[in-house]
Design a protein around this ligand. Structure first.
Ligand SMILES: [Fe+2]
Length: 260
């Protein structure tokens, strides 16, 4: 049963600024992802330093010719995102291109995929491994003035990539988004006190439920339960919204698989 109590945000100090040296030797931090039982999101400022963030944005822009266009150019990605391909009937392309997708991300944003997996490892205190056959962490670009900027994103859960086995047992799953370039204003993430109940489309009846809009900071992360209803908020101005995303599902106790 949803409760208003959960509509709160937990802000971590930048404990994760020096992530574990590799995903095979994770470093547990407290409070961990367990806090998502009590908060709608965990905010982690300064996952990337300003210099790292700026370099990543420059890398994304330099890779313009290799972005993937989704939904007719409403949004783009560097690296292929599972949900966009599923919704466009292009899942075969997603899997066929997974290795090349990882190559593109690594070539233009060296170390980003590793850093995102390290973040998952640090948050969970577990192992964070690439999900076999899937594309690794990548970047979403929501252009200024385009549909998401004008209207906001679709209200949804991040359950598309979860197996039926995982979904029916409500095994743990998280989404980690690091903001690389903030729009001029707004563009936060609205989070409701509503969790996935087996229906992929939440419908309008739950929209009045308690919610909050979590803001991003440049180079900072928001971590959410993938089963939580959420929506990218509209944003004004002439600057694109660029963010890095990793999805993670706990396959066995302490072992998480990651993808984009
Ligand atoms: Fe999402």
């Amino acid at each position: 049963m949803p409760t208003a109590r959960r509509a709160s945000l937990l802000r971590l100090d930048p404990l994760l600024g020096s992530p574990a040296p590799s995903s095979s030797s994770p470093r547990a931090v407290a409070p961990s992802v367990d806090a998502l039982d009590r908060h709608v999101a965990i905010e982690i400022p300064r996952v990337f330093s300003e210099a790292e963030r700026a370099a990543l944005v420059a890398g994304v822009r330099a890779a313009r010719d290799e972005w993937t266009a989704d939904f007719g150019g409403e949004q783009f990605s560097l690296g292929r995102a599972f949900y966009t391909h599923l919704e466009q009937g292009r899942s075969r392309l997603y899997f066929a291109d997974a290795a090349a997708s990882d190559d593109r991300v690594e070539r233009h944003l060296p170390g980003l995929q590793r850093r995102m997996r390290e973040l998952v490892a640090a948050l969970t205190g577990g192992l964070a491994q690439p999900r076999r056959g899937f594309c690794g962490p990548g970047v979403h670009i929501f252009p200024a003035g385009e549909k998401v900027a004008r209207e906001g994103g679709v209200v949804h859960f991040d359950t598309e990539g979860l197996s039926d086995y995982h979904l029916t047992r409500r095994r743990r799953a998280i989404t980690v988004v690091v903001m690389l370039e903030l729009p001029d204003a707004d563009g936060g993430l609205k989070l409701w006190d509503v969790l996935y109940d087996g229906r992929g489309d939440p419908g309008d009846a739950v929209l009045p439920a308690p919610s909050l809009v979590a803001g991003y900071s440049p180079g900072g992360a928001l971590v959410i339960d993938s089963y939580r209803m959420h929506q990218i908020q509209p944003f004004p101005g002439g600057r694109d919204r660029i963010s890095a995303t990793v999805h993670a599902a706990e396959i066995d106790s302490g072992r998480w698989e990651t993808w984009f």
